[in-house]
Design a protein around this ligand. Structure first.
Ligand code: SF4
Ligand code: SF4
Length: 414
């Protein structure tokens, strides 16, 4: 709290964080910017005020304000810290935040939930209104065309892989496509069975206890040990993955990547865990930087009207990856993706759950360049952005895909 007070006093009110804030771009309310929130807190914003409590939910946690601040302040971290101090009964979004954190913290709940939704979806008649609603809300339930066969080589090298919750339980084709591309490049993916959510949802809601617990569990899951037997795709509890315990950990979700790389910041008061988190963060290998320039990736189905959406978690924060996904697309698709101005998609920081209207408006701005086109494909490397794009484009003639799925599809017949 003392640190936060220092930061609110260090804010020069220069306003550099105002035009870059996607929430401000949507609402034009100064109080929704980082500067507005810091100013209100400095002037005694109180958790007794319903307005102040609701204001804290109006942040995507995109990190754009941190990126431009000439005083090197991190307003997004302050907003998270204030969220963490909100009394449960005063937070108008407490229940939805609590529920999403609990579901994300439990692989069993996620697996059970996605299984139930899939079974319900499959049992509904094609013309059912509920089926259409479910398809709009959870686009990952729709059966996907099969991926081309893998060109697995003998003597593949084992490689650790962190799929993230959405690829593990909902968008399982992202996991399958990543495995296929890795196979084609001579790798076999392994994911420890004890993995859990990266902890980003807990972190965004300011619940550092839960965020640290998730980080500890994931660091231990990929921890050093004697390499032993394992099943590709997943290893059984107690059996160490045959992948190098100090080697790279491939990730296919931009938000997970950024958060896994931020683990050291969760343990600044715990030297031993901080050291482990630093070693873990150095092992994280973002999807496009891993595959760029690898032998074994070829394609035969170039697609012309193709856009790449930059996830905020790759534009700002510890993992700044802008050029690589475009270079990888150019390499594989034979032509660079069409320019799509960098813009938050509106999904993040739990804002899409607590403020769906703002989230939707931000998305409308992001997809504006597609408005006049008859058909287009948008690819991205974040599972959360993908969910937002697929929901947002559900009634449009366009499609959205994860980069891994798109590359796996165009690698067919090579
Ligand atoms: S950019 Fe930094 S110093 Fe300027 S108003 Fe925003 S938080 Fe304050
Ligand atoms: S993190 Fe993003 S949404 Fe939140 S205040 Fe900063 S710029 Fe605005």
């Amino acid at each position: 709290m003392a640190g936060q007070q220092q930061i609110v006093h260090r804010c020069a009110k220069c306003g550099a964080c105002t035009p870059v804030c996607p929430v401000y771009q949507s609402t034009a309310r100064e109080s929704h910017t980082a500067r507005g929130k810091l100013h209100l807190f400095k002037r005694g914003g109180s958790f007794d005020s319903a307005y102040f409590n609701d204001l804290l939910s109006k942040c995507i946690q995109c990190g754009a304000c941190d990126d431009v601040c000439p005083r090197n302040l991190n307003p997004s971290a302050d907003i998270r810290a204030w969220r963490g101090q909100q009394p449960f009964g005063r937070d108008p979004h407490a229940f939805v935040k609590f529920l999403s954190r609990k579901v994300l913290a439990s692989p069993l709940l996620q697996e059970g939930g996605s299984h139930t939704l899939r079974a319900l979806f499959a049992s509904l008649p094609q013309a059912s209104g509920l089926r259409k609603r479910l398809d709009l809300l959870v686009p990952g339930l729709t059966a996907r065309p099969p991926l081309p066969p893998s060109k697995k080589k003998s003597g593949s090298k084992p490689l650790s892989y962190f799929p993230g919750c959405l690829a593990q339980h909902l968008y399982t084709n992202i996991k399958a496509a990543t495995a296929l591309l890795a196979n084609n490049c001579g790798y076999e993916l392994y994911s420890p069975a004890s993995l859990t959510c990266c902890g980003l949802a807990s972190h965004a809601s300011g619940n550092m206890k839960e965020a640290r617990a998730a980080a500890r569990r994931n660091i231990a899951a990929f921890g050093a040990g004697t390499p032993g037997a394992g099943t590709p795709g997943v290893t059984t509890p107690g059996v160490t993955t045959p992948a190098d315990p100090d080697g790279p950990i491939l990730t296919s979700c931009a938000s997970c990547t950024s958060h896994l790389m931020s683990y050291p910041a969760l343990f600044t008061d715990d030297p031993e865990m901080h050291k482990k988190a630093l070693a873990f963060a150095r092992r994280i290998q973002e999807f496009s930087t891993f595959f760029l320039g690898r032998e074994g990736l070829t394609s035969s189905h170039p697609q012309e009207t193709l856009f790449y959406h930059d996830p905020c978690h790759l534009r700002f924060g510890p993992c700044q990856v802008i050029k690589e996904p475009r270079q990888l697309l150019t390499e594989m698709n034979g032509c660079p993706p069409l320019p799509l101005p960098p813009h938050c998609c509106g999904q993040g920081g739990l804002c899409h759950l607590t403020n769906p209207d703002i989230s939707k408006d931000i998305f409308t701005r992001a997809q504006h360049p597609l408005a006049e086109l008859s058909t287009a494909t948008v690819v991205t490397t974040c599972s959360g952005c993908l969910l937002q794009w697929q929901q947002g484009l559900a009634k449009a003639p366009h499609t959205a895909e994860h980069l891994a799925v798109f590359l796996a599809k165009i690698s067919e017949d090579c």
